[in-house]
Every structure is written in C-alpha cells, then in structure tokens.
Design a protein around this ligand. Sequence first.
Ligand code: DX5
Ligand code: ZN
Length: 215
Amino acid sequence: MPKLKIAPSILASDFGRLGEEIETCIDAGADWIHVDVMDGHFTSNITIGPPVVASLRKYSTVPLDVHLMITDPDEYVADFANAGADLISFHVEAVKHPLRTIEKIRDLGCQVGIVLNPATPEDAIEYLAEHVDLALVMTVNPGFGGQAFIPDMLRKIRSVRAMMGDKDVEVDGGIDATTARDAIEAGANVLVAGSYIFGHDSYLEAIDTLKALGE
Ligand code: DX5
Ligand code: ZN
C-alpha cells in the first residue's frame, strides 16, 4: 500500500485566518491540503472558488488537493489548475464522459482523482481506475463537515483498493482516530480530516495521532 498521507480539510478551519491555519497544519506534518469546492447545485452548500485557491497557493508548500463537488467540472477545471491546484478530483456522478474530463485535467498539468458518492457503487469507476492517480471514496454525503462516517463504505474501500493497486485511495468524511483505523485497514492511504483536526487545540497532536495509525 502507498504511504499514509494526511490531508486536513480547510472546510473546518477559520476562513478569516486561512493562511495561518494551513501553515499551522503544514508545520504539524500535513502532507496535502484538502480544498472542498461546493457550488450550491451538486451540493446545497456553497464554499470557495479559484481566487481562494490562488491565495492558498502562496501559503502552501505542500500539494493542494482540490475536491470539486460541482455539477460542471469541465467548465471550471482550467480555472482551478491556473489557480494552482496540484490534484483535481471530480465526482463520477457529475459528468457524462469522465474519460474526457480526466484527459482535460491531465492536459492542464494536474494529477487527477475520481470521486464516488456513498450511494454510487464502485463499478462506476471500474474502467477509469487505470486512468487516474487517485480514487476518493466519500464516507459521508458531500455538502458539510462534521457528519458521521458511513460504516458500509469500508466494503467499498476494499473493492476500490483492489482496483487501484498501488495508487492512492482517499477517504473523506467523518474521519477520526477510530474510523481512520478502519479505513486504513480496508485499504485507504489518504485521510481527509476536517472537524477532527481543526477541532483539536493542537493540530500537531491530531495529525500525529492519525499518522501513528500508519506505522
Ligand atoms: C464533505 C467534504 C469533506 C469535509 C470533511 O462534503 O468533502 O472534505 O470537509 O469534514 P469532516 O472531516 O468534518 O467530516
Ligand atoms: Zn472533500
């Protein structure tokens, strides 16, 4: 299995001090910064767009992992790539021709991730796995931080790990020290965590706890 990576989700951070917040996470050992983009259509919530990613780029010395929860990724991937995204993930449910979207993101010079909602079976990415760098198994329904991990997703993580071989399998939603252990055991190696990390007084302690699960 590839190396365990911790990707704090800035959704749970203090947006008024975003630069400081990500610097603290990076000093604490964050491997990636996870950026949740919501458009009010794919999800009911609205979060951030390319200008914020461009600002984050100036503060981040680690890759920006941009998770698009939007209905029309094809329309916006260039803006996120130009803003400085390193990896762009989109939902398989959002596009008609995922292989074209994958190619478009690659042509922009970014790594590509494909995302599955909790209700979407792993078969949806069977013919995409070999074309992407990462598969993201949503362990909550997208839209908000602080929701409970859906245990049934462990089964999906196992199947997706089998499809992805040595590539990254990311989990997102309801990750804490307990659910992270189960997700790693099932085959996940990239842990997105929002409330768990930003809810701790010490981000260092929270990130260390998650990292220790990979040892
Ligand atoms: C949910 C987002 C997640 C969210 C996770 O739609 O994709 O990245 O921030 O938050 P927690 O870790 O609080 O469940
Ligand atoms: Zn996310």
